[in-house]
Write a protein that binds this ligand. Structure first.
Ligand code: SF4
Length: 920
């Protein structure tokens, strides 16, 4: 600026890095370095809206916890390295093992968090230059069954449906998807479409009662693992009732007769299907009728379908119903795989899975391999599929794979039988980890650590669930020495003598190469594919910077690119009735119902289902930094049916150990009323950084789908039993006692702990076994108060086992600790609010000692609406005051008026209070 002042902060358009919805954001960083993130009104996915995770992104782009420099572990301690030295070590280490044991002795394990450009370079390096296909991705864990199902039915991994289609549908069936929590903006689009068109119906198929099913017109609480029965039954019903599109089947498909015979044999009678699926026959019939009479029907599915030992069959059972009715390739109709991660789709485009090649070419087809090798000018090309995620870590455990480079993922938390992953990494000869965060459960096993760029620092592209490519643009300088992952990979390639094939200086060059490969040989007589970015070839830096969100295919030549923002109709996949199989026909795939692999017995009588909660993402390395996201679900929990709780001997709010034959975890008991009998739910998010013992991955059965290799995260036999403790407690402190969680005096004093980040404090939930002792001295030690003259208040009732202590500094609360033999401790919401006060008044001090606020209304209760920080007690007061609908609550308190994710909870609270009022 001419006058020497700082330039005005600019809005940079980028893409939310969480779920596969792929919302556009505008990020702005002030001169003081504070980043705010709002929805991009121009983005065709969200038109300016964001869920609370996206809205809280600004709170996560902080230096706290970042891995700043390359490092090497020597005698257990990390030593800082320069980038050249670290890359020499990586290149030499992998080369040594490849030369000694062959290319299949090394592996890469990457992530749906990577940008397409990172993914592309990783796959090129491994498949074309190492000559192995041992590169798999954590997307294996969430949507590889969808990929396999698409390939079996369509010949190519194509999602044929767009978000616009979803809004055009008469009937939307959501299967195994808590969309309201896991894809909130997509769900809000769906609800708005139903508001505009009240004839539209929403059916939810899910064993659990969820925030999504609460908003459905019909909920089918199907028995876990019986989806193939259900969709075979639907297929048979459609056949019996003449809702089959014979002309379409004859012209465009193969395999109908055999598939139909198997469906009729296994599920020809709805009563038996209802019995197998434990459904009310009337509800099942109503669903079949709805499906039969709705020409525009979309069946959207997610992890509840994919994460199964028969996930691929489930996907094909769904697709079969669409093929049989010809409800595909048309506006408002088709099967729709909703992806979990921000760039699972981009990874699929560049061959991110170990059994794929780049640009939707087939690793197992010699002509495709030759095409890719020719394009890459690579010395070799992998000629057989590599190891899939679970097998890959088994091979490390068995000493077959001796070096692994893990990028942007945390397998010690997220893989099934996760303790085995730990053991495998502990004995692996060379473990390289590229990550943003220094201390994760996985970086603990790294011999070499490479600092990766965080979300706000990265430049590239991602593809969302509807095939829309969006730019992720850097708006912050890299923290420390963080570099792009594609750069680190290219530097290793250069050290191996492949500099000419890895000449990249900028992400746009990689995108251009990727786009060119999608067009390469993409002709009917060579290797026809629907994935074609020919129209995006040749983008220079300026063109890449300006790239608007664009759904593929984007054809070159006379077919100009079709940006999704310009109002033009996106290309409809399969509208021409041509598929990408050898005969260009869609394939029906016969699917026989299979029971889940794990069998219940007296020792393990309950089914463990795992999944996400509304405000957290994966292993919390980012959402765990945002106070706004911390309190909706503040602790790891097991949710179970009250009768199962009774039979297991556990009580609500107490602690329980959940165990399978593979491992166990200790979590809080919750009886939300959402669980059917014999099923329990535990969230996936808590790692060793946030809890003493809550990695649910330890318990999960490592059995996988035989086609896709996707693990069965939704069906592990477990038991639940009490975890006995002598005391419960919690501490709020301005000191970060959890930074070195295991070593902290606070958590070391407990047999069980969890922690979350609050606004100006860290909250630690605690439980311990030692019942007695001098709590006063212990509390001071736990909170690190060494000054005997510190401003310290305490209250103790030794008979009741209750202890409360508060440490004040300059009249402000600095830390507090509450202990009781029971888990019914004072309100954390009220105590949290005291951390925002510049001075405590005498009433606050008295309240702290008696364990509750003196004045009414000071306790807002547990957070329900994270967007506006509205608590349960505030909402209950408004309901008692006359608010009878979520809209009325929104008008009074604003809750539910931003992302809308809490609307089902608001509905539930209204119903609960009404029921209470009726019975009193
Ligand atoms: Fe991000 Fe939420 Fe949009 Fe998903 S729905 S992309 S988490 S803002």
């Amino acid at each position: 600026m001419m006058d020497g002042s700082s330039p005005e902060p600019r809005d940079i358009a980028s893409t939310c890095p969480y779920c596969g919805t792929g919302c556009g954001v505008l990020a702005r960083t002030s001169a003081a370095g504070v980043t705010t993130v709002v929805g991009d009104p121009q983005h065709p996915t969200n038109f300016g809206r964001l869920c609370v995770k996206g809205a809280a992104l600004g709170e996560t782009v902080v230096p706290r916890g970042r891995l700043l420099h390359p490092a090497k572990r020597v005698a257990g301690a990390l030593q800082r390295l320069s980038w050249p030295a670290a890359l020499d070590e990586v290149a030499d280490g992998f080369r040594r093992i490849i030369d000694r044991d062959g290319p299949d002795a090394v592996a890469w394990y990457v992530s749906g968090q990577l940008l397409t450009e990172d993914y592309y370079v990783a796959n090129k390096l491994v498949k074309g230059f190492v000559g192995s296909a041992n590169i798999d991705t954590n997307s294996r864990l969430c949507m590889s069954s969808a990929v396999a199902g698409h390939k079996r039915a369509f010949g190519e991994d194509i999602v044929p449906v767009s978000y616009d289609d979803l809004e055009q549908a008469e009937l939307v069936v959501l299967v195994g998807s808590n969309t309201a929590w896991c894809h909130p903006i997509l769900f809000q689009r769906l609800l708005k479409a139903r508001e505009r068109n009240p004839a539209m119906k929403l059916v939810v198929i899910d064993p659990r009662r969820t925030a999504t099913s609460e908003m459905a017109d019909l909920h089918l609480p199907v028995r876990p693992g019986t989806d193939v029965w259900l969709f075979n039954g639907l297929l048979s019903y459609l056949h019996q009732h003449g809702v089959i599109d014979t002309a379409f089947i004859e012209a465009h498909t193969s395999g109908f007769a055999r598939t139909m015979a198997i469906a009729d044999n296994t599920a020809g009678d709805l009563r038996s299907v209802a019995a197998a699926c434990k459904l009310d026959p009337g509800v099942l019939t109503e669903f079949c009728r709805l499906f039969a009479r709705s020409e525009r029907v979309i069946t959207a599915f997610s992890m509840g379908v994919n994460q199964s030992s028969s996930g691929t069959d489930k996907v094909n059972a769904i697709i079969n119903c669409h093929l049989a009715t010809g409800r595909i390739g048309k506006s408002g109709a088709g099967p729709f795989s909703i992806t979990g991660q921000p760039n699972a789709m981009g990874g699929r485009e560049v061959g991110g899975l170990s059994n794929m090649l780049a640009a939707h070419l087939d690793l197992e087809v010699a002509a495709h391999r030759a095409l890719v090798q020719d394009f890459w000018q690579s010395p070799r090309i992998a000629d057989k599929p590599g190891l899939k995620a679970v097998d890959l870590f088994d091979a490390i455990d068995a000493g077959i794979v001796k070096a692994v480079w893990i990028m942007a993922t945390n397998p010690v938390v997220s893989l099934p039988d996760a303790d085995k992953v730990k053991r495998a990494l502990a004995k692996c000869e060379l473990v390289v980890v590229s990550d943003v965060i220094a201390d994760t459960d996985t970086t603990a096993f790294a011999h070499l650590l490479l600092p990766a760029q965080g979300w706000g620092e990265k430049d590239g592209t991602v593809t969302n669930s509807e095939r829309c490519i969006s730019r992720q643009r850097a708006f912050l300088p890299p923290i420390g020495e963080a570099r792009p992952d594609w750069w680190a990979l290219s530097e290793v390639a250069r050290r191996w003598g492949h500099g000419a094939q890895f000449p990249y200086d900028a992400a746009h060059q990689i995108f251009d190469e990727h786009a060119r490969l999608t067009r390469f040989g993409n002709r009917d007589d060579i290797a026809p594919r629907y994935l074609n970015l020919g129209g995006l070839v040749g983008l220079d830096q300026a063109g890449y910077d300006q790239l608007a969100p664009t759904r593929w295919p984007v054809l070159a030549g006379t077919d100009a690119p079709v940006p999704a923002t310009d109002g033009a109709a996106p290309l409809q996949a399969f509208a021409d009735g041509r598929y990408y199989t050898a005969d260009r026909r869609a394939r029906f795939v016969p699917t026989a119902p299979q029971a889940p692999a794990g069998r219940l017995d007296d020792d393990y009588p309950l089914v463990l289902n795992t999944g996400r909660v509304r405000d957290h993402w994966h292993t919390m390395t980012r959402t765990g930094l945002a106070p706004r996201l911390a309190t909706h679900v503040a602790e790891p929990f097991v949710d179970l049916h009250p009768q199962d709780a009774l039979l297991s001997g556990v009580r609500e709010h107490a602690l329980a150990r959940v165990s399978s034959v593979h491992g166990s975890c200790v979590v809080r008991v919750r009886l939300s009323g959402e669980m059917p009998r014999n099923s329990v739910f535990v969230p996936i998010h808590w790692s060793g950084q946030f809890a003493s013992d809550a990695r649910v991955g330890k318990l999960v059965n490592p059995v996988v789908d035989p086609v896709s290799g996707e693990p069965e995260f939704k069906h592990t036999p477990v038991r639940v039993e009490p975890f006995s403790v002598a005391w419960h407690g919690f501490a709020l402190s301005r000191d970060d006692h959890g930074a070195a969680a295991g070593a902290s005096p606070l958590t070391a004093a407990a047999a069980w702990w969890t922690r979350i980040t609050g606004d100006g404090y860290t909250r630690s939930e605690l439980a311990g076994r030692r019942p007695d002792g001098d709590w006063s001295a212990r509390a001071r030690a736990m909170l690190g108060v060494v000054d005997p003259d510190a401003d310290w208040l305490e209250y103790e009732d030794p008979t009741a086992g209750v202890f409360r202590a508060v440490h004040l500094v300059d009249g402000r609360i600095h830390a507090c600790l509450f202990i009781s033999p029971r888990p019914d401790l004072p309100s954390r919401a009220w105590l949290s609010s005291l951390f925002g006060k510049p001075q405590l008044d005498p009433g606050d001090r008295i309240g702290l000692l008696i364990g509750e606020p003196l004045a009414q209304g000071e306790d807002a209760g547990a957070t329900v609406c994270s967007c506006f920080g509205i608590g349960r007690k505030t909402i209950e007061a408004a309901i008692r005051g006359g608010c009878a609908t979520p809209a009325e609550l929104g008008a009074q308190l604003k809750c539910g008026t931003n992302c809308g994710s809490c609307v089902p909870e608001l509905k539930g609270l209204i119903a609960e209070l009404r029921a209470r009022q009726t019975t009193t």
